[in-house]
Design a protein around this ligand. Structure first.
Ligand code: PMP
Length: 333
């Protein structure tokens, strides 16, 4: 017969490999799994492996949980974020969701400036976390949101704490301290190439820096939209964008230009062939990773799948998916 005290004793002795037990949702950020996606490549050398890090498993649903958590923690540590302040930032979506989640968990109000054409799923999730939204013109993309956010801040600077993800060193630092070490450990130090898209550049800069410190031979490659007018939500075409302060292109070993349609096709294939439904930036990263892998005799390529695809169900990605599904019969012949 078990008693209460026996129960709590056995609770305390939870096995090391038991699922995590958290007292705050924030303890569940990070430690995301790697998935072998090598099968997506044609004619690769048998000595090449490709692994995707599934950042959709973060509690806010994307890689941006890490950067947002590090920036807010640092704000609290420095005293810039304290009672009475509102967290304010411009975001194309995932950072907003992450800030809204963390604000709710830590008890800080959050206001987000974002283009009015971000997906309806994102708008609803942010509202579910209790955050306020100010919309900028969708025609002006994420740069329009940055400019509008500056205006709001300048009108009443003392009211806000602005994490400023495009310039805040704690954004790449989050990846230097978490994403990088996780990849290094999960691959047993065998990673040879790291591939990620560039939004703020936080993921690729911080992770790349850590991996190169562990092994300077690791190649860090960015997936970049091939055109200013692209449909890869979350990614920037640098030549036509405001360059983020934390982004240092000279630290990269290369960039792969990614056509939107090819990235979308890979998203559709990932769903059908691996049972993994991801967002368009993940398709872009996979496109770049396959380009890299094709040239290798051997190697371990790790890329980032920033989020899952269910937050894009109302976007062009899914309009294209309808055509893809309709052509399925044809392709199976
Ligand atoms: N993919 C998606 C879906 C994103 O939201 C972002 C962040 N804007 C990125 C990729 C790029 O991440 P980072 O800001 O770390 O460069």
């Amino acid at each position: 017969m078990s008693t209460t005290s026996q129960n709590s004793a056995s609770d305390d002795a939870a096995r090391e490999d038991s699922p995590p037990r958290a007292t705050s949702i924030l303890e569940l950020v990070g430690n995301t799994p790697l998935l072998d996606v090598t099968r997506m490549g044609d004619e690769l050398s048998p000595k090449v492996r490709i692994y995707a890090k599934l950042e959709g498993f973060n509690p806010g649903g994307s890689v941006k949980d890490r950067a947002a958590l590090w920036m807010m923690r640092q704000g609290i540590a420095s005293g810039e974020l304290r009672e009475g302040k509102i967290v304010l930032d411009s975001t194309s979506g995932n950072t907003g969701i992450a800030l809204a989640m963390i604000g709710a968990a830590l008890g800080y109000p959050v206001t987000l400036v974002m283009p009015d054409n971000v997906s309806v799923e994102r708008k609803k999730i942010i509202s579910a976390y209790g955050a306020d939204v100010i919309y900028s013109s969708g025609m002006e993309g994420s740069d329009g949101a940055i400019i509008k956010c500056r205006e709001v801040l300048n009108a009443d600077p003392d009211r806000y704490f602005k994490p400023d993800q495009y310039f805040n060193p704690n954004n790449p630092q989050a990846h230097y301290e978490s994403t990088g070490p996780e990849i290094w450990e999960a691959t047993g130090g065998s990673i040879t190439h790291f591939v990620a898209g560039i939004g703020t550049g936080g993921t690729i800069m911080g992770t790349g820096r850590y991996l190169k410190e562990k092994n300077p031979a690791v190649q860090v490659i960015a997936a970049e939209p091939d055109d200013a007018l692209h449909g890869l939500e979350g990614l920037k075409h640098m030549a036509s964008s405001i360059v983020p302060g934390i982004y240092h292109e000279e630290e990269l070993d290369g960039k792969v230009p990614v056509p939107t349609e090819d990235a979308y096709d890979l998203c559709y294939r990932l769903g059908e062939e691996l049972g993994v439904v991801v967002g368009q930036s993940s398709g872009a990263a996979l496109y770049a990773a396959l380009e890299v892998a094709r040239d290798l005799d051997e190697g371990v390529v790790v890329l980032i799948f920033c989020d899952f695809g269910d937050r894009y169900l109302s976007t062009n990605l899914w309009h294209g998916w309808i055509d893809w599904a309709q052509s399925r019969e044809q392709r199976r012949k």
